[in-house]
Design a protein around this ligand. Structure first.
Ligand SMILES: Cc1ncc(COP(=O)(O)O)c(C=O)c1O
Length: 397
């Protein structure tokens, strides 16, 4: 089997599993317990928190990290938590606060914002990329959308379908210069663990990460908060006082240790072989272009600076994406069509591609090839052969 669906999920790294096991078996204590077993679990939990903050080069003395059940929960906590806290502080307000998101956000941001707007808890502005901009939102667009009531902008780092990489650093700086009180959340689920992230350079107030995208287990992730972000957050679930009272529930120490170990390993791999994925991505895009020409539309930015290495999204207008995925599966190759979270549901065109201004025929025929550190050029060769056989292009040579 050739696995080219790393943006959907990745296997737990054996070394990560090994570091986690003691915290599931012998050292199983509850970090909230006062006895020795609990306290040693608490030490491991806090070490994991410190390691993660350190790897992300956040200001460890000031930033906080909340462990969650994954990217979806971390995004919900950031958006709903800020809005709840605002209403707690402004119970008499006649006008709701204002939020800005992009039209290509993952459902774990997009649907939350839509729901909050439907409940009249917020006014919402949704930004669309200009059609000629390969999915990029500009800092100017974000600034233009701000109103004196804007309390939060939520723009993702890399899009999960196309890999387009937003200019977050310039956006945050522009937003803060224009409206210093406005907070900035960034869904970094597709970038944390896949490229070096320096939260001092990318001074967002909230950053979301998900373990299963970088070889930690599924069902764990975290939200990093700046001091201003941490102050502006209310819990969205109620229970015990864990995670500073902001995310109640017994924390899985094994998962926290796994997250720290997986991110440590990823940083090592990234520093040892930083160009591996960008080379493969460029090679695959070039192969698709020369082999299929106008029959294959590349939906991933062609400028390497505007994309996350490792994701290539292509549409063959003559083939529905879902069908192409199944045909490749029959040949032992795993890719996805559109967002994996929607796979299995009725075929509908990719909202992300439509929002980018692509035609319906392109938006319903896209497949996403996503690579990991273990991906080889030979695997991509096999993919190209399979695509040629399915799309039935005559070899030009
Ligand atoms: C950009 C993005 N955000 C959020 C999520 C949700 O993360 P999780 O699966 O950990 O809930 C995903 C998952 O595919 C994603 O790609």
């Amino acid at each position: 089997m050739i696995y080219l669906d790393f943006a959907a999920t990745s296997p737990v790294h054996p070394e990560v599993w090994e570091t986690m096991t003691p915290y599931a078996l012998a050292n199983f204590g509850n970090p909230a317990s006062q006895h020795e077993l609990g306290q040693s679990a608490k030490i491991a939990l806090e070490q994991a928190r410190t390691t993660l903050l350190h790897l992300l080069e956040s200001m460890q003395e000031t930033h906080q990290l909340l462990f969650t059940s994954g990217g979806t929960e971390a995004n919900n906590l950031a958006l709903q938590g800020v809005v709840r806290n605002w209403w707690k502080e402004h119970p008499e307000a006649k006008k709701p606060p204002h939020l800005v998101i992009s039209a290509i956000e993952h459902a774990a941001v997009f649907e939350v914002a839509q729901w909050l707007a439907a409940q009249h808890c917020i006014d919402l502005t949704v930004l669309y990329p200009h059609p000629e901009n390969e999915g990029l939102i500009t800092p100017e667009q974000v600034v233009e959308a701000l109103t004196p009531e804007t309390i939060l902008c939520s723009i993702m780092h890399a899009n999960n379908e196309t890999g387009v990489l937003q200019p977050i650093e310039a956006m945050v700086k522009a937003v803060k210069a224009h409206l210093p009180s406005c907070l900035f959340h960034c869904d970094m689920v597709q970038t944390i663990g896949k490229m070096p992230i320096n939260l001092t350079q990318l001074p967002v107030d909230f950053a979301t990460a998900s373990g299963h995208k970088f070889q930690a287990p599924k069902g764990c992730g975290f939200l990093v908060c700046s001091p201003a972000g941490f102050e502006a957050l209310a819990p969205i679930t109620y229970g015990g006082g864990q995670e500073f009272g902001l995310r109640p529930g017994t924390v899985s120490v094994a998962n926290a240790v796994g997250l720290a170990s997986a991110l440590t390993l990823k940083h090592k791999t990234l520093s040892e072989n930083p160009l591996h994925l960008s080379r493969l991505t460029t090679w695959l895009i070039e192969q698709l272009q020369t082999t299929f020409g106008a029959m294959g539309e590349i939906n991933t930015p062609l400028n390497p600076e505007h994309r996350l290495a490792g994701i290539v999204n292509v549409s063959f207008a003559s083939h529905l994406g879902e069908k192409l995925v199944l045909k490749l599966d029959l040949r032992g190759i795993c890719v996805s069509s559109g967002s994996a979270c929607h796979a299995g549901l009725a075929v509908e065109p990719s909202k992300v591609l439509l929002a980018m201004g692509k035609q319906k025929s392109i938006a319903e025929s896209s497949i996403r090839v996503s690579m990991g550190a273990s991906t080889t050029q030979a695997e991509l060769h096999t993919l190209m052969e399979a695509l040629q056989a399915i799309i039935q292009v005559k070899d030009k040579s």
